[in-house]
Design a protein around this ligand. Structure first.
Ligand SMILES: Cc1cc2nc3c(=O)[nH]c(=O)nc-3n(C[C@H](O)[C@H](O)[C@H](O)COP(=O)(O)O)c2cc1C
Length: 353
């Protein structure tokens, strides 16, 4: 029997994990030394969260955190992924056992420090050694990290991933969902998932424009003057400030594959945080390409589908990816700390006798 307060502390530390749109799509059931984790399906209703893959990735990050925090508290976390056949919302059962020796891999402190950093990154070239050591990071499973670090490749990928901003301002589904989860004031953010506008790192004029973009009619009007393309171009410059743009890839595309990719993402992100390197996921193209491939992209115009397909093809070429699944695209670099960290809500834990 483990004290309730210990399990509660482990969960409360571990939920400092990334999730699509800061949706934090999880709840917990605890009985004795078992933690069951469930996905809150539908909370992250963005078009990007194709087949809940973004959720599975976030759960992977959460599970990786639980393992690290448990070790810090003197326990080993034995993880069974997707323990109920035919039920993918039950993402894991974790059994905590008293550790025979205190391990701890030093990443515990980074869990609270880790944050998505959307700032412009400083001019900094990763050494070949740094690149290799990032690509060598492993967690459970066989997902891998591929990085592009040459100026030409980073620039080309920066332009590709900036398609995100264009789609956001040209597709009503993507637009409406994003603006539904933006929190404009501290009060609005309190106790809710979602993203505070300050985490987007917009300069004052951009922030002013962004507030106007909430109105779809206004965006449509502004697009007549090319605003979506202009903003994508500006963002491409921001993304090009990165030292590397990379991807997490794997052979399969099952929920389990995405959970394992999430574990690797979190381990990499914590390791980078520990080395004072920043990261921002930039995933739109990767997830929309999967939707198109599956023939489930009715919400995207034919022209947008073509742009996404081309972007996916170029990403694969630059990062030497064959027909593996791209679980996540991200950028890495050195930067000032984020202006604001996103808040995490108190986790929903049901205690079972
Ligand atoms: C599956 C997934 C996809 C994401 N995609 C993006 C993205 O395209 N652009 C972005 O700026 N952040 C993206 N993020 C980062 C989340 O917005 C971020 O994790 C969340 O707002 C919580 O903030 P934190 O990471 O600082 O804790 C993504 C995160 C996950 C897990």
């Amino acid at each position: 029997m483990i004290e309730k307060t210990i399990i509660q502390s482990i969960i409360e530390e571990a939920v400092n994990a990334p999730s699509g749109d800061n949706s934090q799509p999880w709840r917990f059931e605890v009985s004795e030394n078992l933690i069951d984790i469930y996905n809150l399906v539908g909370r992250d209703a963005t078009l990007f969260n194709f087949r809940n893959r973004g959720d599975f990735l976030a759960h992977g990050a959460l599970i990786e955190n639980i393992g690290i925090v448990a070790e810090q508290f003197g326990y080993t976390a034995i993880v069974a992924l997707l323990p109920e056949e035919g039920r993918s919302d039950h993402t894991a059962t974790i059994r905590l056992e008293k550790a025979t020796e205190k391990k701890g891999d030093g990443l515990f402190k980074a869990i609270r420090e880790r944050a998505t950093n959307r700032k412009i990154y400083k001019a900094y070239e990763l050494t070949e050694e740094e690149k290799k050591s990032i690509e060598a990071i492993k967690s459970e499973g066989s997902a891998e990290i591929h990085l592009a670090t040459s100026r030409d490749d980073v620039q080309a990928l920066a332009t590709i991933v900036s398609l995100n901003e264009r789609l956001l301002l040209e597709n009503k589904h993507i637009h409406d969902f994003l603006f539904s989860i933006i929190r404009w004031t501290d009060k609005e953010e309190e106790g809710k998932p979602g993203m505070h506008v300050e985490t987007l790192e917009l300069a004052l004029p951009q922030r002013f424009a962004f507030a106007r973009f909430k109105n779809w009619k206004f965006v449509q009007w502004a697009n007549k003057f090319g605003i979506s393309k202009f903003i994508a171009k500006e963002n491409a410059k921001l993304y090009a400030s990165s030292s590397a743009i990379g991807a997490i890839i794997m052979a399969g595309d099952s929920p389990k594959d995405f959970i394992l990719a999430g574990r690797l993402l979190e381990r990499m992100w914590l390791t980078l945080t520990d080395s004072e390197l920043s990261l921002q996921p930039v995933t739109a193209v990767a997830y929309l390409a999967q939707r198109i491939k599956a023939g489930e992209a009715n919400e995207l115009s034919a022209a947008h589908q073509e742009l996404v397909k081309k972007a996916d093809k170029e990403t694969r070429k630059i990062l030497s990816i064959g027909d593996e699944t791209i679980a996540m695209v991200f950028r890495i670099g050195k930067a000032e700390k984020p202006s604001r960290k996103s808040i995490k809500v108190k986790p929903d834990i049901q205690w079972k006798e």
